[in-house]
Design a protein around this ligand. Structure first.
Ligand code: ADP
Length: 434
């Protein structure tokens, strides 16, 4: 119970970590995205105004016609239409000529109303010469302007300032900023829920494999403990009668030996599965002639079957070759044949058959033995799963064989399936790519 609680705490902590990482990733992506879009909107909106300021400044400094340098009405009619358009200043453009003392020289051209309302208190600021700058007039109206030195001794002009009102652009930007703030708030709520759901999804396979691993270790320890206890008891028993002859204690010794063999098989199976989990085992594929290979593997099993009064038949009609690791394929067949022998009785039949189905090579091992219950079929490939623990202990089974068989099929990009035999017994079907 304490262990489960502890695990739950670890999982909760990990899930929280995943959630925070997801949230952080979402936030960074959204912030970068917003900054880029906002910057782009700002740039696009102001670039037209700024371009107009620069080109009008160039026009003034090139031709230098002082005081309101407007080109002739409608432009020079001899010039092409687009050039005439270009030379026309933006009607929003305000041109101010300053003298050295910071007085506005062209009050009339600026417009008396505009001057009296807004420019009376406006001071010459020479800190940003030749740079486009943003300023506010009367703390209300926003302008983009460029101020440049424009000396003209005749009418005392020292600086010329070109200004364009950008309130419309500013409104768009501030509306956009508001929109981004609203979107951020919605986004935060959405991303918290998304992060939570994602972290739960991410934790699911981790919890599953953690639990599987814990169960595996527990089962393995349990399986290891049983033979060890038996061996220990038998040896202790032997020690109580040191004068006895071996023949008197034959049964004890034989049992210890059988348990040692069991232990050795168990550890090698566990090692195979541990290596399978860590993806450490590499397979060396080579071209294998299926029929010859199967005949070789089956020969001793045929003899054992016959000695146990069982019928053993082999049906390999078509010559087939596959690319496979022969040691692993041998191991897979041995597992299936061992089981077929273990779970059949006298007069039962075992049949090994090969054929091609859906462009794949099929190796089928069927028997007319005790069969597998329908409800056990989904669990048959689980580690340590045995239908009848007491009986399989007698036959030496530990429930690891079919998990290993399934792993071998999968590392060959193949599959293994089980179904009940039509009348009696079981059919194992291994499908491997050619
Ligand atoms: P075991 O070493 O116990 O045989 P396996 O993983 O090879 O472990 O098999 C798991 C279980 O599947 C067995 O305990 C048995 O109940 C069932 N099983 C496997 N092969 C057969 C078969 N040919 N006939 C009936 N039952 C089988």
């Amino acid at each position: 119970m304490v262990k489960v609680m502890f695990n739950k705490q670890i999982f909760k902590k990990q899930q929280l970590k995943f959630m925070l990482y997801n949230l952080l990733a979402f936030t960074v992506i959204f912030t970068v995205f917003s900054i880029i879009i906002l910057g782009q909107v700002q740039n696009t909106l102001f670039s037209k105004t700024d371009g107009e300021l620069w080109s009008f400044k160039e026009m003034i400094t090139d031709t230098n016609p002082k005081m309101l340098p407007l080109p002739p009405k409608g432009g020079d009619l001899n010039q092409p239409n687009d050039v005439r358009q270009k030379n026309k200043p933006n009607p929003r453009m305000i041109v101010i000529h300053w003298d050295r003392g910071g007085n506005i020289l062209n009050k009339d051209e600026v417009g008396t109303t505009f001057y009296e309302n807004y420019l009376v208190d406006y001071k010459l600021d020479t800190t940003h010469i030749d740079k486009i700058t943003t300023t506010k007039i009367s703390e209300l109206y926003q302008f983009r302007y460029i101020l440049f030195e424009d000396r003209d001794e005749q009418n005392e002009t020292a600086y010329t300032q070109l200004m364009i009102n950008v309130d419309a652009e500013q409104t768009i930007i501030s509306n956009f900023e508001k929109l981004i703030i609203i979107c951020s708030a919605i986004f935060i709520v959405l991303s918290i829920s998304a992060s939570y759901l994602l972290s739960r999804k991410m934790m699911k396979p981790i919890i599953l494999s953690w639990n599987k691993q814990a169960e595996f270790v527990e089962n393995a320890s349990h399986e290891l403990r049983t033979p060890l206890t038996i061996i220990q008891n038998k040896l202790e028993l032997l020690l109580t009668a040191p004068q006895d002859k071996i023949s008197d204690r034959f049964e004890n010794i034989a049992q210890s030996l059988s348990e040692t063999r069991r232990l050795s098989k168990l550890t090698s199976d566990l090692l195979t599965l541990a290596r399978a989990d860590s993806a450490e085992t590499q397979i060396v594929k080579q071209s294998i002639d299926v029929d010859t290979f199967i005949q070789k593997v089956c020969t001793p099993y045929k003899e054992i079957a016959e000695s146990q009064e069982k019928h053993f038949s082999l049906e390999c009609k078509t010559p087939l070759t596959i690319e496979a690791d022969d040691t692993r394929l041998h191991q897979l067949l041995v597992i299936l044949l061992d089981n077929a022998l273990k779970y059949t009785g006298e007069n039962d039949s075992i049949r090994v058959k090969t054929y091609v189905e859906d462009q794949k090579v099929v190796i089928e091992v069927s028997d007319t033995g005790i069969g597998i219950k329908e409800e056990s079929i989904p669990h048959i490939f689980d580690r340590f799963y045995r239908e009848d623990k007491a009986r399989t202990r007698e036959t030496g089974g530990m429930g690891l064989g079919l998990s290993i068989a399934q792993w071998i099929a999968s590392i060959h990009d193949g599959t293994i399936h089980v179904r009940s035999n039509q009348h009696k017994g079981t059919v194992f079907k291994v499908k491997l790519p050619k």
